[in-house]
Structures are given as structure tokens and as C-alpha cells.
Write a new protein. Structure first.
Length: 283
């Protein structure tokens, strides 16, 4: 590093490094998609009443032959800017449908899989047709699929979000609001956003181990509100037994987090959900 006096030069070389890294990713992304380098990991959702695995979220991983396992934070923001995220989401959805089909054929009990849908789809009036083509080709019921839409869309494009949710519902999918509580949403937005599942961001219960009572009161009310609005609740990012016990007392339906399992490859998820031995997740 050049020290404090060279801050300008330091930043500009950082920027060009960043730029060339992004160029490199953009040059490789299409081939990576065709080569099947984008894989899904599944993170279980646990029913707090029964302790059963009742679902999972599909989270994309780039398994690069050179760089190894690349987390979505390294490429999703870029792919949202350049539009490639639309094809990536469809690739994830295709893998989810193929898995559900395999589980149906194998006589597995039904497990709901959720996929993340980028804001980029909202601009496309034909988005549903692409999803439906894939789902029908694999012949899986939409009732086994949940579409996660992030909370920030409530402000970015509330009209587009409402239309997408209506269309997804009409086709039989369920919808969840991801990252609820992480932004600046007010409880009032729930009046107009008709989702089936509320995914509570960990900001709600992160500090619950050292809780003063104020945080607990807020989680209680949000969960009660969700129940009144007939939405199920999933707490995401649950890492401690204390958090899980607290959420159970508060009436939260499901938890998802490192406490039970990290996102794992589908074969490991199958062991967790259908088998009797325990996997221990992504390293
Ligand atoms: P998200 O949808 O909110 O997913 C939850 C994230 O929290 C995941 O990060 C998961 O690994 C992480 N997580 C789960 N449990 C814990 C925990 O106990 N503690 C902590 N600290 N973290 C936990 P991941 O897999 O890195 O994904 C990050 C974000 O990337 C996702 O946030 C989602 O917004 C986006 N993403 C992932 N896959 C896709 C995809 O296929 N399409 C799109 N459009 N976005 C995706
Ligand atoms: Mg999500
Ligand atoms: Mg989330
Ligand atoms: Mg989150």
C-alpha cells in the first residue's frame, strides 16, 4: 500500500482492479452458464413445532474450475446491473424443478423449494411464461415452489411487485417477502403486499441473546401481525439455540440458519430431509 498520502492513487488502482475483475467475470459468465458451473445449494427450513425439515431455499453458487466456490455476493450485484441475472435465475429455477421431479419420481414426501427472483424480472411482462415453460417441461406442481421477492422492491417498484405477485398466485406459486425488516419498510406495506410468507431478517432477533425486552416485543408483534394477515413466518439467519427458543415462544413457524444447517449440496440436503444421518454443511 502507498500509505495515506497516496490515497488517490491507491483508490484508482483499486477501481481498475475491480473493473478488470468485473470484465473478467462478464467475459466468462455466458460460458460458465453453458458449462453448468452455476450450481444450487439448499438451506433447510425447519418447522419449529415439529422440528421437521419442511422446505429449503435454493441459493446459487458459482463452482469455478479455477477460483473454486464463489459466493453470490461476488457476482449477483454485477449480474443485476448487466441483466445476466435473469438467465441465472432461470438456470436456478430449472435445477429446482429437476430436483422436485426427481423427488416425486422417487416417492419422497413433498418439500417446498424456494428460489430468489431478481428485480430484473419485474421489468419483463413475459417473465411468467419463461418460468412456466420450465415448470411444465418438468411437470412439477407450482404449489411446491415458492418465489422469494426482496423487501427493497416494495419501494423500488411497488406496482410491478404487486402485478408479479398476482401473476405468480394465479399460476399457483406461493410468494415470500425476503429480508423483511432489513430496509426501511413500515408495517403498513404489508397491507398492500399480498405474500404468503414473511421472511424475517435477522436484524429482528440478532441481539436476542442479550435482549432488553424491546427487541422481543417487536418480534412478538410482527409475528402476531403476520398471523392476523394469514402469512407464515420464516426467521432467517438463526445461529443460536437461544434465538430458536425465543422465536418458537413468539410463535414463528419456521427457522432457516446455520444453527440447523448451512446451505448444502442437494445430495446432503436429501440426507437431512429424507434420510436418517446428519450432514454438516458447506465449509
Ligand atoms: P438471501 O436470499 O437473503 O439468502 C440468505 C443468505 O443468508 C444466504 O447467503 C445464506 O447463506 C445466508 N445465511 C443463511 N443462514 C445464515 C446464518 O445463520 N448466518 C448468516 N450470517 N448467514 C446466513 P448467500 O447464499 O451468500 O446469498 C446471498 C444473497 O444472494 C441471497 O440473500 C440472495 O439475495 C442472493 N441470491 C442467492 N442465490 C440467488 C439466486 O439464485 N438468484 C438471485 N437473484 N439472487 C440470489
Ligand atoms: Mg432469499
Ligand atoms: Mg433473505
Ligand atoms: Mg438476508
Amino acid at each position: 500500500g502507498g500509505g495515506r498520502l497516496c490515497a488517490c492513487r491507491f483508490y484508482s488502482s483499486e477501481d481498475s482492479l475491480q473493473l478488470s475483475a468485473e470484465k473478467e467475470i462478464e467475459n466468462r459468465m455466458r460460458a460458465a452458464l453453458d458449462a453448468g458451473e452455476f450450481a444450487i445449494y439448499l438451506q433447510p427450513k425447519l418447522d419449529l413445532r415439529t422440528d421437521a425439515v419442511v422446505g429449503a431455499e435454493a441459493l446459487v453458487r458459482w463452482i469455478d474450475p479455477v477460483r473454486g466456490l464463489v459466493p453470490p455476493s461476488d457476482f449477483i450485484p454485477l449480474f443485476e446491473r448487466n441483466g445476466f441475472v435473469v438467465d441465472l435465475d432461470l438456470c436456478v429455477f430449472e435445477q429446482v424443478c429437476a430436483l422436485l421431479r426427481a423427488w416425486i419420481d422417487g416417492g419422497r414426501r413433498p418439500v417446498v423449494l424456494s428460489v430468489n427472483m431478481s428485480r430484473a424480472h419485474l421489468a419483463d411482462p413475459c417473465f411468467l411464461g419463461r418460468y412456466e415453460e420450465i415448470r411444465r417441461r418438468h411437470d412439477v406442481p407450482a404449489s411446491l415452489i415458492e418465489i422469494e421477492l426482496t423487501e427493497t422492491l416494495v419501494f423500488e417498484d411497488p406496482v410491478g411487485l404487486g402485478r408479479v405477485i398476482d401473476e405468480l398466485h394465479a399460476a399457483g406459486y406461493s410468494c415470500s417477502m425476503d429480508d423483511f425488516g432489513s430496509g426501511y419498510s413500515s408495517l403498513n406495506v404489508l397491507k398492500d403486499i399480498d405474500v404468503d410468507v414473511l421472511k424475517l431478517d435477522r436484524v429482528f432477533f440478532d441481539a436476542v441473546d442479550a435482549d432488553t425486552g424491546r427487541g422481543a416485543a417487536i418480534v412478538d408483534i410482527v409475528i402476531e401481525l403476520a398471523r392476523r394477515l394469514r402469512m407464515r413466518t420464516v426467521a432467517e439467519g438463526v445461529e443460536t439455540r437461544e434465538q430458536a427458543a425465543f422465536l418458537k415462544r413468539a410463535g414463528c413457524d419456521m427457522i432457516q440458519g446455520y444453527l440447523f444447517s448451512r446451505p448444502v449440496p442437494p445430495v446432503e440436503f436429501e440426507r437431512l430431509a429424507f434420510g436418517d444421518s446428519f450432514g454438516n454443511g458447506e465449509k
